[in-house]
Design a protein around this ligand. Structure first.
Ligand SMILES: [Zn+2]
Length: 309
């Protein structure tokens, strides 16, 4: 038997709510934990809660000047000065929890999101190569039994990570929905809270030296963003088809309807392969010209993991 892959134990763990200022589950939970952090305490560490984008949270908007969760790239982190509130906030977060890619960076960062899409209790990792995060996903899928937890790997080929949790050495985002932005739903709140407890338990067991065996796991890897059909002037000319709405992570076959025009005409999926769409009709993605994201479903094999002794 090959020896397990080993990583240092996780002492400094951060939990971010409100990276997007109108995604309410994380904002509510983090505010609660700042008042009373007892739920975040484990034998081997205590997680640190913080609010990602305080100014946007005050205004209950996604962001003030630009999307904070696309601002942690070298281009923005290394810029000298900026008019943008989010670029300046990214510097602060990087200073407190990073610097990104340095030995001083936090060991792990959770990031809490909500989506208007029917993604359920979705776990978001940058790529399948993030061994620790993938082990955490596997642990959550086995121990969190209230719902299935699909895994979404967001990083496109050749793309630099620019999310807030890329500041830490490893990270995981929870993406819970459907929930309208600016709204709290008790069901998603309870799920996010239980997911967090489960994930913190995993870190505690890891820190105590538990061996996590090798495993195989299914995950959805983002491959392409699909825009709405548009008129020549840029206005949207069709809506997400009722047969596609709410079908996140279900197979979409060539010839299936994806959009419907105002005249009732169906627009069909013309790809050659089955795809598994995610973020279908996410409100915040209209401005990004994304009606849904095509993903490929893969089974990945991950090696065993244990704390470095
Ligand atoms: Zn978000």
């Amino acid at each position: 038997m090959t020896s397990p892959y080993s990583l240092p134990c996780l002492k400094r763990v951060a939990i971010c709510g409100g990276t997007h200022g109108n995604e309410m589950s994380g904002i509510f939970l983090v505010r609660h934990w700042i008042r009373n952090p007892s739920e975040l305490q484990r034998d081997t560490f205590c997680a640190t809660p913080f609010l990602g984008n305080p100014h946007a949270i005050e205004k209950s908007v996604r962001y003030i000047d630009r999307d904070l969760n696309r601002t942690f790239s070298a281009e923005f982190l290394n810029s000298k000065d900026s008019e943008s509130y989010e670029v300046r906030r990214a510097w602060e977060v990087n200073q407190i929890f990073g610097p990104k890619s340095s030995s001083q960076a936090y060991d792990f960062m959770f990031d809490f999101h909500n989506t208007t899409s029917n993604m359920g209790t979705c776990l978001i990792v940058d790529s399948e190569e993030s061994l620790l995060s993938m082990h955490m996903c596997n642990y959550i899928q086995k121990h969190y039994t209230r719902s299935s937890c699909p895994i979404y790997l967001y990083q496109l080929a050749e793309e630099e990570t620019n999310s807030i949790n890329s500041v830490a050495k490893a990270g995981l985002a929870f993406e819970l929905g459907p929930q309208p932005h600016g709204v709290l739903r008790a069901d998603h709140l309870a799920q996010m809270r239980s997911l967090t407890a489960c994930a913190l338990d995993f870190i505690d067991l890891f820190n105590k030296g538990m061996l996590f065996p090798a495993f195989e796991i299914d995950a959805h890897k983002a491959v392409q963003y699909v825009d709405f059909p548009r008129y020549p002037n840029g206005e949207i000319s069709a809506v997400v088809h009722p047969k596609l709405q709410d079908k996140d992570f279900l197979p979409l076959k060539p010839g299936d309807p994806i959009f419907q025009t105002a005249d009732g005409e169906d627009i069909l999926y013309e790809g050659h392969d089955i795809t598994y769409p995610a973020f279908i009709n996410e409100a915040a993605y209209y401005e990004k010209k994304v009606a849904f994201v095509k993903t490929e479903k893969h089974t990945f094999s991950l090696p065993a993991l244990q704390k470095k002794f």
